[in-house]
Each structure stands twice: as C-alpha cells, then as structure tokens.
Design a protein around this ligand. Sequence first.
Ligand code: GUN
Length: 201
Amino acid sequence: MSANVADAADAAIEPVSFVKVPVPEPPTSLQKIIHDWQLIKHREGGYFKETDRSPLTMELEKPQIGNSGNTETVRRNQSTLIYYLLTPDSPIGKFHKNINRIIHILQRGKGQYVLVYPDGQVKSFRVGFDYKNGEVSQWVVPGGVFKASFLMPNEEFDNGLLISEVVVPGFDFEDHTFMKGEDELKSLVGAEKAAELAFLA
Ligand code: GUN
C-alpha cells in the first residue's frame, strides 16, 4: 500500500474511448446519485457537492499575487468537504491547482490522476481499491501542484469514480487557479509531454 502520492505506482496515461469522447448521458445508477444527492456540474468537469464547511474560521497570511514578499491577511473556514464524481458523460477533471494541500479519499469506482509539479515533473497514478496492482485509495495533492483526473473503466461502480475531498483551510476560489490551456501545460512539461496530456488541459 502507498502511504503518499510519491510512493504510488506510476501508471501509463491511456484514456479509454468514453474519456476521449464523452457519452451523452450518465448510466441510470450514476444519474440517480447525481439527482438524489443534488450534485452539480463542476467548472473543471465532473459533478460535485460541498457537504461540509466548518463554521469555525481562521485568519492567515497569504502571499500577494505578483508582489513578492508582501502578504495579505485573509479569513477562511477551517475546513471544507466535498463529494466529487466523474461519469462517462463528464469523465475528466481538468488541470487546476490550489494553494492548499487537498486530501482525497476514494469512495467508489476507479480513476487516474495526473499531477504536474512547478518544476515540470509529471506524476500519474491510478486510484481504486486494487492495492495489489498499485492502486491507491487515499492520496494528498500538495498545494501549488496542478492536478487533473480521468475515469478508468470499472464494473463495480458502473464506470464512475466517486471521491471525497477535504481542504484545510477550507476551499475558496481565491486560492484556486485553472491551468491556462495547453500553452501553460507546454511551458511546464515541454511540447511532447504536453501533446500527451492535452486532453486534460
Ligand atoms: N466550489 C467550487 N469548486 C469547489 C471545490 O472544489 N470545493 C469546494 N468546497 N467548493 C467548491
């Protein structure tokens, strides 16, 4: 078993057909979860719902963008918790990063994560409960690291992937940044790797 992302087995990036060309509708079983739990479409792809936001808040010093050395005091909830679901009609979570580390806990299904570190290093690993074959069921993505995810086919959850994500301090759009398309990807990992990962940008 891998205790952290660095130890997770490296996996080749081989998206299946419904990742490259999403299907029009989720399977009925996943549609029911989306409906019953009132999940909504996420801007990065997939569906989500915030299920908890700590009522306690904290103040912290955050570096000001583009103003090296200067910080500003911001207030955040102490933690947030979400469900995040990938389905064959929305099978990709596109590259984005958060200032804070994000704890991921697998609930159902299978998927693959791709991380791009600030120095251009790429790490990809599979998530699932088959730990004997290198899958991990909990993983922590460090702050400042770009993350993307895509579905892996699986029978046990009708080709879905359901995870929980915990962020401390709690999620705030101010701490969140989308990758600026293939250009930013290319500047981080080079043209060849960027071509392989373009479907996630
Ligand atoms: N609102 C939009 N995206 C997110 C997210 O990833 N987490 C939380 N908690 N709220 C969000």
